[in-house]
Ligand binder design. Structure first.
Ligand SMILES: C[S@@+](CC[C@H](N)C(=O)[O-])C[C@H]1O[C@@H](n2cnc3c(N)ncnc32)[C@H](O)[C@@H]1O
Length: 619
């Protein structure tokens, strides 16, 4: 195994990296140049965007130990900002990068809004990725942070619209301010008024909890509590003086994301249920909203996710399992790399999300994708327990209501996983002792010969008009390659304005849940096959510690080189927690075999982690 690691180190790596670095340094130079020019850091004024990401103190300690305090401070800051570019994967089954660049250029030039993207040097903000093998990826540069003139300053504050954190995170990525995201607004705002848009951030409660202590519809004064306004009103013939304070004044300082024009009056914003509340024409970050643009031809996807599909290195004609597939970003990327030839089983435990994968596959014109509803913790089953009739789920949305982010912050999920794990252990043990060929090291040809027998159910016919087939699981060794893009704490996603909910315990629990999934994944890959594990978090408990677990438990696994390799190294060593828990990470020599995308690095991506394992003889 050791030999393979050395041998497979790509010879083109330095030039590939040089090209990638050249591209990205030009992006980041534009970025930092504009930042320097447009936002003088000495202006620590109220009406600016300078958020500080809040963490649970123990989590902060843990990350400080893992990354070092300076590095973690940089990561934390980077997380509060969007990437400086949008990354687009072109559907090469339908079109080409050049055609997409041409169409996008026209669309952006014709666009009426302020997001016309002109680079300071006059060059096009749209470019093809220079990394070898990723020429079908297109970047659209954005800009920011920009300093916004909020006109009036402290003495004469602007009218304001306060939005939820989730809304603000979407707006920072280029979305509009929609009605449901609006929490509060200044009095007497009419349609067409100029307003500053700011963010309502979670605040610490007395019992260590976090909440946004504000009723929807609250009136903002724009004045500090110390500068109370006295408002007179009459009740009958008697005049009363009312002290009006602004309960959220300090909390929104430094959290202004732009200036725009209201599309509704204040009353309208809290009366209607949908629609744009503010046309945010002057934004701190300017990124094109490519929502609904060139549907089926392009897919907006973070660069590391595209790299994860490449790490799997899928080959035409192979059988591949994507264990946690929804909404299908990586599934469709894999299908395109396979030129839509072979079979990809895209599984997810959520019925509705499986339908999303079906919809995306259809939209992209991909036919090699089979979908099914399956709990990844129960992915392995014995061949003799399979019947040929997959249950079609009708209206069953059990387990389907959890979004990635919700899941990630849901500690119960990890505990549920624990409860189930005992039952699964027995299933897993029986399964591995009853592998076809007695678990022998089967050749690829033999595996393929058995493939028909090993297949679970009706393949593509599982998709039946808006329904997702419910799979009973798959026999051991039944896939050439498996991708486990695990549900995780999502602490690499950006922009992120709050991170206080995760505790050291919840972070560890995510890791436990992922290890259980990995136990299943390992069994499903045939000998000689490939397993890729990925997460979108910076949390070592879910990354390096899971890799350590896999390598220590399954001696037949070895880390395999990844192409392209543009991420950084993983963390080596261990962490001792105050409660005595010890977490082991990578061993020296392993760090360069994984890809860790650091949000504070030049690549300016989300935080992401990829490990690729070769599956050796399981004897
Ligand atoms: C990180 S997201 C996957 C993103 C996807 N691979 C993509 O690139 O579009 C994790 C997914 O895991 C699913 N999930 C969570 N727990 C699961 C389980 N026990 N079994 C199967 N899927 C699960 C969630 O529904 C979610 O869609």
């Amino acid at each position: 195994m050791k030999k393979a690691r050395v041998l497979l180190k790509p010879s083109f790596l330095p030039s590939c990296l040089t090209k990638a670095t050249t591209f990205f340094s030009s992006v980041s130079q534009v970025h930092s140049h504009s930042r320097h020019k447009e936002m003088d850091p000495s202006e620590s004024e109220r009406y600016c965007y300078d958020p500080v990401l809040r963490w649970n103190p123990e989590v902060e300690d843990y990350f400080n130990k893992a990354y070092g305090p300076d590095h973690f401070a940089r990561i934390s800051k980077a997380l509060t900002r969007p990437s400086s570019y949008s990354c687009i994967r072109v559907n090469t089954v339908k079109t080409t990068s050049d055609a997409v660049i041409e169409k996008l250029t026209k669309i952006l030039n014709d666009s009426e809004d302020s997001l016309k993207l002109v680079q300071s040097d006059g060059s096009s903000p749209i470019s093809k990725c220079q990394i070898p093998g990723l020429e079908y990826v297109v970047f659209v540069n954005g800009s920011g942070p920009h300093r916004i003139e909020y006109d009036s300053g402290l003495e004469n504050p602007p009218k304001e619209v306060l939005v939820s954190r989730k809304c603000a995170e979407a707006v920072l990525r280029g979305a509009q301010v929609y009605v449901p995201g609006v929490l509060a607004c200044t009095a007497h705002v009419e349609k067409g008024d100029a307003v500053a848009v700011c963010v309502a951030m979670e605040q610490p409660g007395d019992e260590g909890d976090w909440s946004v202590n504000m009723t929807r519809g609250t009136t903002l004064q724009g004045l500090p509590t110390g500068k109370n306004q006295i408002c007179s009103f009459y009740f009958g013939h008697i005049s009363y003086g009312l002290v009006i304070v602004d309960p959220f004044y300090c909390e929104r300082s430094g959290l202004y994301i732009g200036m725009g024009t209201t599309m509704l009056s204040r009353a309208g914003m809290f009366r209607v249920s949908h629609g744009v509340a503010v046309d945010l024409s002057n934004r701190v970050f300017r990124l094109p909203s490519l929502h609904n643009v060139l549907e089926g031809e392009i897919f907006l996807q973070n660069l590391p996710s595209i790299v994860a599909a490449h790490a799997l290195d899928p080959q035409k004609g192979e059988r591949i399992l994507d264990m946690c597939a929804a909404p299908g970003g990586k599934t469709t990327a894999i299908a395109i790399l396979m030129k839509d030839e072979g079979e990809i089983v895209a599984a997810d435990r959520s019925h509705n999300k499986v339908l999303d994968v079906q919809k995306l596959s259809a939209e992209m014109g991909l036919s090699c994708i089979t979908t099914c509803k399956l709990d990844a913790l129960k992915s392995v089953c014995l061949p003799n327990t399979l019947d040929d009739s997959n249950t079609i789920v009708d209206g069953d949305i059990s387990g389907s209501v959890t979004s990635h982010t919700e899941l990630s912050s849901n500690e119960e999920m990890a505990f549920d996983a624990f409860k189930r794990s005992e039952a699964e252990k027995s299933c897993k043990e029986t399964a591995s002792s009853e592998q076809p060929n007695g678990g022998d090291n089967v050749s690829q040809a033999e595996t393929r010969k058995n493939k028909g027998r090993l297949k679970n159910g009706r393949g593509r016919t599982q998709c039946q008009g808006g329904r997702a087939g419910k799979s009973q699981g798959f026999p051991p060794n039944s896939f050439d390659r498996v991708l486990l893009d695990a549900p995780c704490s999502a602490l690499g996603l950006r922009p992120r304005l709050f991170a206080g909910l995760e505790t050291v315990i919840s972070l560890r629990n995510h890791g436990r849940y992922q290890r259980k999934m990995l136990d299943q994944a390992v069994q499903l890959v045939r000998v000689g096959g490939i397993l890729v594990y990925s997460t979108c978090t910076i949390n070592p408990s879910e990354n390096e510690a899971v890799v350590r677990y896999a390598l220590d438990k399954y001696k037949f696994l070895s880390l395999a080189p990844q192409h392209p390799r543009i991420g950084g190294p993983g963390l080596v060593g261990r962490c001792e927690f105050p409660d005595g828990y010890i977490e082991e990470w990578l061993k020296p020599g392993e760090e360069e075999m994984v890809q860790k995308f650091d949000p504070s690095s030049e690549l300016d991506t989300i935080g992401f982690f990829i490990a690729k394992f070769s599956v050796g003889s399981k004897d």
